[in-house]
Write a protein that binds this ligand. Structure first.
Ligand SMILES: [Zn+2]
Length: 92
């Protein structure tokens, strides 16, 4: 039978933060997210976490104000404005 507990001078028992199994503290490693994990649960941080995307400049290079007397407005025109109802259910 395998002896499940043993004494190591200067070492202590610790639980892996991921799998929950018991190890000696010297067998656990600190992972990038701060968890103390066993060898099987150790992983490095994904390289995409360090990507710095190039910022996009969405502003137009130049603009002009609207000319005087411009008939274009910011009002929203709906179909009901263009074609008002000429009858309703009471007139039928
Ligand atoms: Zn583990």
């Amino acid at each position: 039978m395998i002896k499940r507990t043993h004494y190591v001078p200067g070492d202590w028992n610790a639980i892996c933060d991921v799998c929950g199994f018991k190890f000696k503290a010297s067998q656990l490693m600190k992972r990038w997210d701060g968890l103390m994990v066993c060898r099987e649960d150790f992983e490095t941080r994904h390289p995409q976490d360090f990507m710095r995307p190039i910022k996009e400049n969405i502003a137009v290079p130049w603009t002009r104000p609207r000319p005087e007397g411009d008939t274009i407005t910011d009002e929203v025109v709906t179909a009901a404005d263009l074609f008002p109802p000429t009858f309703n259910s009471e007139t039928l």
